[in-house]
Design a protein around this ligand. Sequence first.
Ligand code: ADP
Ligand code: F6P
Length: 441
Amino acid sequence: MARLVIVSNRVPAPRERKQLAGGLAVGLQDAIKGRDTLWFGWSGATGTETSKEATIDRSGKVEFATIDLSAADYHGFYRGFSNAMLWPLLHSRVGLAEFRRTDLETYQQVNRTFAVALQKLLRPDDLVWVHDYHLIPLGAELRRLKVTSKLGFFLHVPFPPPAVFDTLPKGAELAKSFSAYDLVGMQTKEDAGFLEATLAAYGVTAQIGTYPIGINPESFATAARRADGGPDARRLVQSLGGRALILGVDRLDYSKGLPQRFEGFAKLLKNFPQHRKSVTFLQVAPVSRGDVAQYRALRRELDGLAGRINGEHADFDWAPLRYLTRSVARNTLAGFHRIARVGLVTPLRDGMNLVAKEYVAAQNPEDPGALVLSRFAGAAAEMEGAILVNPYDPDEIAEGLHLALAMDGEERRARWAQMYEAIGRNTAAKWAKGFLKDLEE
Ligand code: ADP
Ligand code: F6P
């Protein structure tokens, strides 16, 4: 079997390598199990210079090769072009995008540096799999260095309609670099169609396929069962005092629709007063990319909203909204999902959204909760049993919440069974196997 080479900007930190967490890392865990693997990317550290050669260390069968970025490269490549330009653009949020020619140049330069450092470690029969928007030009840079290995690319985030992508200065060049890959994987048919149409508009083609990412449902269900009844879950249940829990779990990112979600919860309290004092909404949203201006502005907005909603609706013995910007351990969260009567997942746009799948996996099959899900998350295409809402409309979110809270056990079980079947159809293991099989062929 050929060696697998994974390339992603974010590489699990040494202390996380035994138990991987987070969408991309969890998805890849099954792909690398028992396989000779090299995982290449950024170390997460910034120094005075970007390293020319990778630092190698090993954990089981996986070799990790990472490079540090200089402060200037971190600003231009990661904070600038990747997260202040490409992230909003790919989520169709042109108004939030910030373009600087110098950031684009740094992005291209860092991709070149990655390629040079990686090329030194490659063997001709390696299977190279590049991940996400930080590294779109990496394949073309590797080809320039005469790398002949099979090269695959997977985009974890959505792709916008061609007219939106066309607003990107020098977009044609970036689009053309997709054609250096033997296979380009997208989350949904819609994303694949938009990429194909965009490339066609620039006169380029690529082999594009749809590979919806998933989780490992059994292992998440086991984690949830174990955590339920543990000390943190017990404390949470006790603090609820018999009220139903609505749970949101996201990185603090403007693609997740958090202000509209907070407003939607406030509308529930206002428009459906029968739920007042019988529900609590817990939103866990650890700070992400906190040095990008748009993310800081979102945090300020949410701080204000949370204060206003609690100020308006709380009583001396009840606060309707609990809002945490620190992270909570993955296993603890699994238990919280199981306790929650409603999973509230309302991104304005999302490549897939694994939290929705984790909520389903964590439920007690005898008495499952209901999922209120944005119809603009990639996961919506698979989740017929979810209550689908337009995440831009707080009134519709409130209606969805009301429906979820009022739903009887029989309907909850039927909807959950459909969703559990769906997350078992597209697991992380199947996603990786399917992509790698097509790449090899
Ligand atoms: P994204 O990749 O945009 O962050 P996903 O929902 O696809 O969104 O994947 C996020 C992953 O990170 C999931 O596995 C989820 O459990 C984890 N995660 C998200 N938010 C948190 C949080 N607040 N605390 C801990 N883990 C989180
Ligand atoms: O899934 C999208 C993604 O951007 C991954 O590529 C990334 O590792 C994750 O979200 C977290 O973001 P960041 O690496 O910027 O902290």
